[in-house]
Design a protein around this ligand. Structure first.
Ligand code: AVJ
Length: 322
């Protein structure tokens, strides 16, 4: 990466951090969790007993990829596949393999905010599907989605799995989905993952695992600010505290300041925290199917088919662009 790009990214990170920590209530954007350490911690979260989301969605893709593909009209020709937030592709690989059997000429565009993740996909995926056309795109979802459209005019199947949509509040997600819709064409498809409402304690435990990995994941955001922006957060002075509201379906994670403190971000700028003041770091919304249908309608999509795991804890829903 060019130096100018690195500086620009740091500047945006720096600006976002200062703005968020000077707001009331304080907040940090969860997209900043994913540096190299955050990527690793998230991999560990996915292996936690309590974090059911990955297993549920894995089951759907392992067992129902054929059904997903047969719900897509004319999937056998002229489709590209784009994955928003591809991660390690361990779920989408099942679908990609089946699509490859139908038509090996498609291009897979994995999009991820993490450069490290894109490099890994480009290295590892050809080992599993030889001769797969891969074009990795490192950046923000919408920018990269536009790029993929400029590179190829084929029809598109976009994947937005893992309930990543849950990291946006309801207003943001409709605005975002409208943008996604505008990057696609009529009759293109979006396969979108939703974590569903269920026993509230199961949900809360998924964000408060016994081994404390989610805690480390949350605190790593402060460590990252220390590393990259030369800040002096004392990690021990913060508590990881997730809450789940079964009415709104909002699972929110906080870092709570244990005491009144001043934290320097770089040499000159600082922020003050009161005792027990909160920093909101993440929202992970849990949905009812009715709510997801309303989101589709508001953003220019029509639900075509619903794919559930055997416990019905998670749904991958196939939406068509109208
Ligand atoms: C990757 C956004 C789906 O919100 O469940 C896991 C991230 N945060 N544990 C989620 C996460 C804490 C995850 N998503």
């Amino acid at each position: 990466m060019e130096l100018a790009t690195i500086t620009h990214q740091k500047t945006k990170f720096y600006k976002d951090v200062l703005k968020g920590l000077r707001s009331f209530p304080k907040r940090l954007d969860s997209k900043y969790f994913y540096d190299a350490t955050g990527d690793k911690l998230f991999q560990q979260i996915m292996n936690c007993d309590e974090y059911y989301l990955t297993n549920c969605e894995m089951e759907i893709l392992q067992q129902q990829s054929d059904n997903i593909i047969s719900s897509i009209k004319n999937m056998e020709k002229d489709f590209d596949v784009i994955e928003l937030g591809a991660g390690d592709c361990s779920k989408s690989i099942h679908l990609l393999k089946k699509i490859f059997e139908l038509d090996n000429s498609f291009t897979f565009f994995p999009i991820d905010i993490s450069k490290h993740v894109i490099e890994l996909i480009e290295k590892e995926l050809p080992k599993q599907i030889k001769a797969l056309n891969i074009h990795g795109l490192n950046g923000e979802y919408i920018d990269m989605l536009k790029q993929s459209g400029a590179i190829s005019s084929r029809r598109k199947l976009a994947l937005f799995m893992g309930s990543n949509i849950g990291n946006m509040n309801n207003e943001e997600s409709v605005a975002f989905l409208k943008e996604v819709r505008n990057c696609l064409k009529k009759d293109d498809y979006l396969l979108i993952g939703f974590d569903l409402k269920k026993d509230p304690s199961i949900i809360l435990n998924a964000y408060n695992d016994k081994k404390g990995i989610t805690r480390e994941f949350n605190l790593n955001l402060l460590r990252r600010i220390n590393r990259e922006l030369n800040a002096d957060f004392v990690i021990e002075k913060f508590t990881h505290f997730p809450v789940y509201n079964p009415e709104s379906g909002e699972c929110k994670s906080y870092l709570v300041s244990n005491c009144k403190q001043r934290v320097f971000i770089g040499d000159t700028e600082f922020i003050d925290l009161d005792a027990y003041e909160t920093i909101h770091t993440e929202i992970s919304i849990k949905y009812s199917i009715k709510q997801t249908n309303e989101m589709a309608a508001k953003s220019g999509f029509k639900p075509v088919e619903y794919f559930y795991d055997s416990k019905q804890w998670f749904a991958d829903v196939l939406w068509k662009c109208i």
